[in-house]
Design a protein around this ligand. Sequence first.
Ligand code: AMP
Ligand code: ZN
Length: 671
Amino acid sequence: MTKDEAREEIERLRDFLHYHNYRYYVLDNPEISDEEYDEAMRRLLELEKKFPDLVTPDSPSQRIGAPPLASFENFVHPYKMYSLGNALNRGEFSAFVQRVRQALGQEEIVWTAEHKFDGLAIELIYEKGILTKGVTRGNGEIGEVVTQNVRTIRNLPLKLLGEVPEEIVVYGEVVMHREDFLALNRQRQEEGLSLFANPRNAAAGSLRQLDSCVTAQRRLYFYAYGVRFVDDERILSHYDRMSYLYEHGFAICPHRIRTKDSGEVEAYHRYWESHREEIPYEIDGIVVKVDDVRFQQRLGYDAKTPKWAIAWKFKPAQAKAVLRKVELGVGKQGTITPVAVFDPIFLAGARVQRATLHNFDEVKRLDLHEGDTLLVERSGEVIPKVVGVVKEKRQPGAKPIVEPTHCPVCGTSLQRMKDQVDVFCPNPECPAIVKARLRHFVSRSAFDIEGLGEELLERFYEEGFVKGFGDIFRLKNQRERLLSLERMGEKLVDKLLANIEQRRKIPLDRFLYALGIDYVGQETAKSIAREFGTLERIQQATYEDFLRLYGVGEVVARSLAEFFASPRGQAIIRDLKEAGVDVEEAKKVSSEGGALMGQYVCVTGKHESYSREEIFRMIEAEGGIPQENVTKQTSLLLVGEAAGSKLAKAQKMGIPIMPLDEFVRKRKAEG
Ligand code: AMP
Ligand code: ZN
């Protein structure tokens, strides 16, 4: 086959695949079978493999992912990406309607209402009809380039259908459908990976993958809700613009309305508040927009939000469930937490069968009885909680739930500190406490050992493989025995052992946090690491030394001093060292020179909470030299809110840029 022949066939296959992809994913009305589609894709991949220089960015083959990136590039949005103002109730919505009417001096307004997709905002740039860039919102002015990841989204056009202007910018939301979210979590549970809290987190986590092949496996969807026709404002109604996007290949809200009657908008809100479970994606409200684009322009923007649109949120999802039992969780400090267990219900897109009751004071307040009908609430990523009991439904003779007197796991008498609501098991060897500590030890902010989930850890504990922290790092000596366990294949075991090896070397602050010392969270661990620098110095520190640290009070200082002086604490550290854990020293930035040593750093725009002076001091702390103006010497421009002309200048000169809040965040994270 000649190259010209190949090119012709490739083009034919691409048009074929683009079209049928659209029929399948956007119109939900396929004309061909999955097999025919797969066959065409297979043929395309074959030809592209033979003629790699014929591969183009808009080829359907790009949907399977591209080589991984080292990091995401920053990109300045051609137009600022705004957030939305909120209305939490009908009154706030009416106030919005009044504001718009007054500002336009007009009673009759045409409104558009659509779903508020609960995912993450993305900007797509199409040049000559071809997707050339996908960018996250970031801080609204600068986002991260995630083009490769965006290309893997099945229902998003890589090439627009039909005639389109030179350049258009499309805004929309990347979401994960509920069904795919549940399947993903099920799969992760089996593999011992951490679970995503909700579809939005899953979508965000999937899109921000440096390896787009991972994104490709995640089944994301894109729904468009905004567009700018660069140099061409020919369609002047938002509703019509969305129809335009639909015709050219985008999925949009399938249930939008356009009306002059704000009462109809209210009915729309009411309807979807109670029917949200019927659509495949998650919504957390509706978005109401002034339909006429010229009116939108007249209304303009506040600092962060358009004045011509509002997100009218739904109330947190609530549902009834019948209490099956109250389980007692035991935390790493021995605290007993009552958890309500009930038959599964669907709440705001997640399957829920447990909800926290916090403590026994709360159980008393709820006057909880066996078999009670509970009111369970879940908003956003918050853990579901029991907010009430339907007393009328209580069975006659039901027994009240009472505070336990003994640890459900080891049987030790429970204790309660004066003035505290929590009861706790005081036995340091309590298996439940030991297991909770182990879970904390491998968790994401501590040693971060992927693949060693709760279930597996539990098995290792029960089988006697892992009784203490150090045992995790000795698992490699037990490879044969691990393989003899049920459902532990060679691949799984070797992957796990490799993950553990990767974490043998650990920064001091993470190490401290992982130890699970009472009251020592991530922030405290960081400030201790920064102050003392090495583990040895920390081990020698006294109560007074700890107390001197910023943010460390008496309780924390005592807990730290006691831990490092106690035989148990010393044994843990000795054991971890013997097991080959390598604790890195913490860098003291000021004396050794920081990440910006000798570099000129310029700043434009404002930060929410830090003054220019404070930012300059942060730059200096990293060894950098603050600058007021962009020059040839500038090696970095930090960009905040309301950035000025320096931004354009730096861009023209090709100077790297970074959002100011990212800079601040990173500094907080590192030091
Ligand atoms: P929030 O972040 O909760 O203040 O909501 C603002 C965000 O809602 C926007 O930045 C968009 O990402 C998102 N959004 C979801 N659906 C829509 C829609 N139909 N129109 C506009 N924005 C939407
Ligand atoms: Zn116990």
